[in-house]
Design a binder for this molecule. Structure first.
Ligand SMILES: Nc1ncnc2c1ncn2[C@@H]1O[C@H](COP(=O)(O)OP(=O)(O)OP(=O)(O)O)[C@@H](O)[C@H]1O
Ligand SMILES: [Mg+2]
Length: 342
């Protein structure tokens, strides 16, 4: 099964050829299996519990955070916990007001509509959503010019769950129409190890002491990447005829994949290298970095930068990206006099 919201382009870091299948196979189906993000889970439990007591639909929910941290998973879990249906679409998939109109009119009372990559919605579709979100109605304009008439269509009482990796691209009027707003953060080592334990069980991978800890440390503290690395390292152990994925085998496999002990891959190193060598440590504009390493700006911003900033290797300033001292040390770069490392 391929879901429409999962067809978007992702970097090789986040998605290999069979990773959509992997995502589906390993996606938690209960809140118990959804490890970490305790704050978000706690708040959601209250939101869902209160709405159930009042017998009302949930408030509209906006979830944001870097790729692979569990936004789509949470949307499914919210619908399941509420015992309602969920319809999935993506911001880029809707071009006209009619596109969203036909989806909304097809919903049943209490249903959820999940819009992934909501920052890609165009203005017309976004504005069509406003009355739908506020009053569960749709304004349809019939005719043109002076003879145009507005017809109001009543909609079922639905809940919109929107997900985005780019919260800053959402307009204020849109943002303010969501009653609940959750941010997903990177996980910690222990949480990723727990996620990997569950995945290893599901994939029937036998692991030796320290193997999962090793993979977790290289996972950028992102569940999707952790699961992907588990699968790649398992493949490596199989090729080496080992029934158990041991720590040394995991280490060898990761180094063969070009992933270092901090989870940085070749593209991360290229980004840091370019800022260091071509721009003397920065500031460097996103456009220039993207051009220098032949990678898309969006991929750099969505996939690579959040983690590089999280580990304190990269800083964003008003004049561009700047390499930190920590990054220079990790890469063994020399800090020259002209370099404006921070
Ligand atoms: N909290 C969690 N516990 C266990 N597994 C998780 C958790 N969060 C995510 N995963 C795993 O990671 C995979 C990716 O998560 P998901 O598709 O929900 O991420 P996303 O935030 O929607 O990413 P994107 O922005 O790329 O759409 C899931 O299929 C699941 O296997
Ligand atoms: Mg998603």
């Amino acid at each position: 099964m391929v879901l429409p919201n999962e067809t978007k382009k992702k970097s090789a870091l986040l998605q290999g050829p069979d990773d959509q299948v992997l995502d589906l196979a390993l996606r938690p189906t209960t809140f118990n299996d959804f490890i970490g993000q305790e704050n978000v889970k706690g708040n959601l439990a209250i939101l869902i519990g209160a709405a159930k007591k009042r017998n009302e639909p949930l408030e509209h929910i906006l979830i944001h955070g870097p790729s692979g941290l569990g936004k789509t998973t949470l949307a499914y879990l919210i619908a399941k916990e509420s015992g309602a249906g969920i319809r999935i679409t993506s911001g880029a998939a809707m071009e006209k007001a009619g596109d969203i109109g036909s989806i909304l009119t097809g919903l049943s009372d209490g249903d959820f509509l999940f819009i992934d990559e909501v920052h890609r919605l165009n203005k017309t579709v976004e504005e069509t959503l406003y009355p739908a979100m506020e009053n569960y109605c749709l304004d349809i304009i019939i005719g043109k010019g002076t003879s145009a008439k507005t017809l109001q269509v009543k909609l079922p009482r639905f809940t919109l769950i929107a997900a985005t990796t780019r919260i800053s691209l959402l307009s204020n009027p849109f943002r303010s129409r969501f009653g609940a707003h959750y941010k997903l953060d990177f996980y910690n080592q222990k949480e990723i190890e727990k996620i990997l334990q569950r995945s290893a069980q599901l994939l029937k991978v036998k692991t030796g002491d320290g193997a999962l800890a090793k993979i977790a440390a290289s996972s950028r503290f992102t569940p999707r990447i952790a699961n992907r690395l588990l699968k790649r390292t398992r493949d490596y152990a199989q090729v080496k005829n080992s029934p158990i994925l041991t720590e040394p085998l995991a280490t060898e496999a990761l180094s063969l994949l070009g992933i270092d002990e901090l989870g940085l891959d070749a593209t991360d190193r290229k980004i840091l290298d370019v800022i260091s060598k071509n721009f003397n440590g920065g500031p460097a504009g996103l456009k220039s970095i993207a051009a220098a390493i032949a990678e898309e700006e969006e991929t750099i911003e969505d996939v690579y930068e959040p983690y590089l900033m999280q580990i304190g290797f990269l800083a964003r300033t008003s004049r561009g990206r700047v390499l930190t001292d920590l990054a220079a040390k990790h890469l063994g770069l020399k800090k020259t006099d002209q370099q404006s490392l921070i």
